[in-house]
Design a protein around this ligand. Structure first.
Ligand code: CP
Length: 346
C-alpha cells in the first residue's frame, strides 16, 4: 500500500517504496506501445503540470503517462498565467487546489519549491525537478533502465560524469542508487564536483579515468550553461576535450558498459555522437522508461488518495499512514489549516 501524499525526492524514500514503483513500471511499460493494454485505472483523477522551467521529456512524459492512465490532464501554461502578474507560487497553487486539482507536477528553479507546495495544498505534489536539489522521477527511470539492462543494481559501479554541482539528477541518483546497493563514483572538472557529495554516500574520483575504470554504467550529465555563474571551466571545447566521453575512454570500463544521459544532450560535448548512437547507449530507452515510471507513480499516488479519502470522509484532514511494530498507524494533517509557508514570495 502506498502511504505518501507527495513524491518530493529520493532522499527520504525507503527501498520498499522505490521497489514498488520499479515493479509496477514493468507492467506499465507494455501499455505505452499497445493502446489495447491501457485500462485507465486513474480516470477519477486529474493532473496539472506546472513548469516554471523548460522541459520536453519530463513534461510530455507526465502528460502522456496521465493520459494513458485515463486521467484528465492539463497544463498551467506558466508563461501565460497570472504568475506574470506577480502571483506567488503558493497563491497560484492554492487557487488551483480550490478548483479540485488532484495531482500537481511542479518544476521550479527554487530548491524546496515542491516541498513548500506540498505543505499548503490538498493535492498530491510531484517534484519534476527543483533547482539543483532533486529530480526523483529521472533517477527512478535511470534505475529502471539499469535494472532492465543489468538485471540488478546492487554491486554495480555507476560513474556519473559532468556538472555534478548543478545537477539534481546526480543528487537523486546518488540517493537512489546507493540505497539500492550500487557504488556511485562522481567525476568531472573539480569546480563542478563538490567533495561534500561524499557526505551523501558517493565517492569523488581523483580524475575521470579512475571514475570510468571498470564502471558498469556511465551516466553523462548535461553542462547546465543556464545555471553556470561563469568561470567554473574554461569553455565547452575544453570541457569536451578533457571530460567528454568518447569510444577510447570506454575501453577502461567493463566491456558491457551501459551509457545513460538524462537529456537533453549537448552532442559532442558530454558524449560523442558515436557514443550517443552506439551499441552501449540506452538514452532513447530512458525516454520510454520515463513514461512507464511516471505511470507507475501516478497510479500508486492516486490509489493511495482513494484509500485515504475513503477513510477520511470529512475531507477536512489528510491522513498519513506509517508502520509501527507491525501495526498500521496514522496521524491527521490538517489541510484546512495549513502550516504557514516558509516564504510566500516564491
Ligand atoms: N531529463 C529531463 O529532465 O529532461 P527535460 O528537461 O527535457 O524534462
Amino acid at each position: 500500500m502506498w502511504t505518501k501524499k507527495d513524491l518530493l525526492g529520493l532522499r527520504n524514500m525507503d527501498i520498499k517504496e522505490i521497489q514498488m514503483i520499479l515493479d509496477l513500471a514493468k507492467e506499465k511499460k507494455e501499455q505505452i506501445q499497445d493502446p489495447l493494454k491501457r485500462n485507465h485505472p486513474c480516470s477519477l483523477y486529474n493532473m496539472m503540470t506546472l513548469f516554471y522551467e523548460n522541459s520536453t521529456r519530463t513534461k510530455m512524459s507526465f502528460t502522456l503517462a496521465g493520459q494513458y492512465l485515463g486521467m484528465q490532464v492539463s497544463d498551467l501554461g506558466v508563461q501565460t498565467s497570472s504568475v506574470n502578474k506577480g502571483e506567488s507560487l503558493v497563491d497560484t497553487a492554492l487557487t488551483l487546489d480550490q478548483m479540485g486539482v488532484d495531482v500537481m507536477v511542479l518544476r521550479h528553479s527554487m530548491t524546496g519549491a515542491p516541498h513548500l507546495l506540498a505543505q499548503n495544498v490538498k493535492a498530491s505534489v510531484i517534484n519534476a525537478g527543483d533547482g539543483s536539489n532533486e529530480h526523483p522521477t529521472q533517477a527512478l527511470l535511470d534505475m529502471f533502465t539499469i535494472l532492465e539492462k543489468k538485471k540488478k543494481i546492487a554491486g554495480l559501479k555507476v560513474a556519473i560524469i559532468g556538472d555534478i554541482a548543478h545537477s539534481r539528477v546526480a543528487r537523486s541518483n546518488v540517493f537512489g542508487l546507493t540505497k539500492m546497493g550500487a557504488k556511485v563514483v562522481l567525476g568531472g572538472p573539480s569546480a563542478l564536483v563538490p567533495s561534500t557529495m561524499t557526505c551523501l554516500g558517493a565517492e569523488v574520483a581523483e580524475d575521470i579515468l579512475s571514475a570510468i575504470q571498470d564502471a558498469d554504467v556511465i551516466m553523462g550529465l548535461r553542462i547546465q550553461q543556464e545555471r553556470q555563474k561563469g568561470g567554473l571551466f574554461p569553455d565547452l571545447r575544453e570541457y569536451a576535450h578533457c571530460f567528454g566521453i568518447h569510444p577510447e575512454l570506454l575501453t577502461l570500463a567493463k566491456p558491457d558498459v551501459l551509457i545513460l544521459h538524462p537529456g537533453p544532450v549537448n552532442r559532442g560535448i558530454e558524449l560523442t555522437t558515436e557514443i550517443i548512437d552506439g551499441p552501449h547507449s540506452a538514452i532513447y530507452e530512458q525516454v520510454q522508461n520515463g513514461v512507464a515510471i511516471r505511470m507507475a507513480l501516478l497510479h500508486l499516488l492516486t490509489e493511495g488518495r482513494k484509500y485515504y479519502e475513503n477513510l477520511d470522509q470529512t475531507g477536512e484532514s489528510y491522513r498519513s499512514f506509517y508502520q509501527e511494530g507491525g501495526d498500521l498507524r496514522y496521524f491527521d494533517r490538517g489541510w484546512e489549516n495549513p502550516k504557514p509557508a516558509a516564504s510566500r514570495a516564491i
